[in-house]
Design a protein around this ligand. Sequence first.
Ligand code: ZN
Length: 235
Amino acid sequence: MHDWQARAGIDVAALAAFLGRALGVEASPVSGGAGMRPDGAGGALGACRVADVKRPFWRQRGEAPRDGGVALYDGHELLRLALAVAGPGASPRGALHVMVTDLLVGTYDDADARYHARPVVASNPSLLSTASAVWGPARSRRYYGEAMAARASGGDGAAVEAAHAAEHLVEGDARMAAAIRGYAMQAAMYALTGEAFCDDASCCLHDAHWQSGVLSAVASGQLCAAHGAAIGGLT
Ligand SMILES: [Zn+2]
């Protein structure tokens, strides 16, 4: 479990301890200081940044991102960097390495020809992103409607944010640790079984596309009966 956060956020040692307990495996935080973070990898991080959210990475490699946009990083490029940073121990046949980052991480989806923010990119290494947990899953339709109306009329956007704050994760949210535990379970399940997600809308392995699902399922700490039994069989 690697701490790739630029700011204090997720307690990576506590997250590793949780995963070890939940799965009956050995899990430990990797300390290595700033050099272990992608921003300490000799400028390699900038090369992972997405310049255009409507083209796959291979068609925009090396292009400079437009100024002013939110910095989005390609999940697969970051994983390549993670392999380099984590070293030979991060080989797919070795232990599962999980990078916890506060960078906004996305992957390109051919289905609608654009990038989407992903709170978890399950592979080995795997990435968990707190920023993507905030900005990836959609907020309620009512929130978007009210926020748009406030913008259009010059109304009070802060009041809209405050009114809906309980419905979705925000930066620094107290519920983030629980959500990241669910995403860590998804990454671990992918490593153990080849399948990260669950169709059951109450299971913490559920692939929630809405913030309501992140809070009710991913952050719930609950497994469905089938996954509870599957993990019981593993441990
Ligand atoms: Zn399940």
